[in-house]
Design a protein around this ligand. Structure first.
Ligand SMILES: [Cu+2]
Length: 285
């Protein structure tokens, strides 16, 4: 939550979330004795029937399933869809998750929303860390899965020729062209996984961002000219160091310092740019 205004819709988004997902994997391995690796959510493969997917079918080894149905008048709090004339029907859930391993999972603060990131003043609303206990909710949305999590959309992202274009396509909310696969995955999850400040409270967040990291690293590997153009070259980074450039900030460089709060000390961007180098010792299959 403290990092939100520095790590979205800017040059830092991809690299910060790459490291954040890696830090989650490391915590699972070092603190919980987990011997596996962090999986990725293959959007296209799981889109056909989202509540029957092994990720979300509510079984013991899923990430829990659909939330309880909510009365229609309570569903207005869910995030909107995309710009232009794209409207998304709500899913059939929206309430508390009651199955699978996260059925008793509780969250200790309220819904925050993107407005807190659009304030021209730096900093966060003073109420953001108030104790507001609530359940973990889901509104798994088949419309978003069917219409946006498509191979054509993914192919379009991978066909981007510049990093600015790649970022625009994967985050697109304009209503023109394919809706971004990044916001689509968040909104598919419903109120918890769709919250701009606290979406990591839905465990599917980590698999979603692992997939974004896979797509970015696949795209980086397709760089032309000198092989590192999309890693350390002119298509490595695009944008500034603040979310939506609010308040205005400098363009990021490979030497810009970013941080993960209490999870890890600050680092320059450079060592986070390449999967498989340094301590980012992993690959995607
Ligand atoms: Cu995200």
């Amino acid at each position: 939550m403290n990092s939100t205004r520095f790590v979205h819709n800017n040059a830092v988004f991809l690299v910060w979330h790459r490291r954040f997902a890696w830090l989650c994997e490391r915590e699972l391995q070092q603190k919980c004795g987990y011997t596996g690796t962090l999986p990725y959510w293959d959007w296209v493969k799981n889109a056909k029937n989202i509540t029957a997917s092994p990720l979300f079918d509510g079984s013991a080894f899923s990430l829990s399933g659909q939330g309880l149905p909510l009365p229609p008048d309570q569903k207005a709090l869910e995030p909107p869809c995309f710009g232009g004339d794209i409207t998304c029907p709500k899913g059939p859930g929206g309430g508390c998750v009651t199955d699978g391993p996260f059925k008793n999972f509780r969250i200790g603060f309220g819904y925050i929303g993107v407005e807190a990131a659009q304030n021209p003043q730096p900093g966060l609303p003073s109420t953001i860390f108030n104790y507001v206990p609530r359940c973990f909710s889901r509104d798994l949305n088949q419309f978003i899965a069917t219409n946006f999590q498509t191979q054509a959309n993914l192919d379009n992202v991978l066909a981007a020729s510049t990093i600015a274009d790649f970022q625009q396509r994967i985050d697109n909310i304009s209503g023109d062209g394919f809706p971004g696969l990044h916001p689509s995955g968040h909104r598919l999850l419903g109120p918890t996984g769709g919250d701009y400040f606290s979406s990591p409270m839905d465990p599917a967040f980590y698999l979603h961002h692992s997939m974004i990291d896979k797509v970015w690293s696949d795209w980086q590997a397709e760089g032309t000219g000198d092989g590192d153009d999309r890693i350390y070259g002119k298509n490595a980074l695009s944008g500034t160091l603040t979310t939506l450039n609010i308040p205005p900030s400098a363009n990021a460089t490979l030497e810009s310092v970013i941080n993960w709060g209490p999870l890890e000390g600050p680092s320059t961007i450079r060592p986070m740019m390449a999967v498989g180098r340094g301590d980012l010792c992993y690959r995607y299959e």
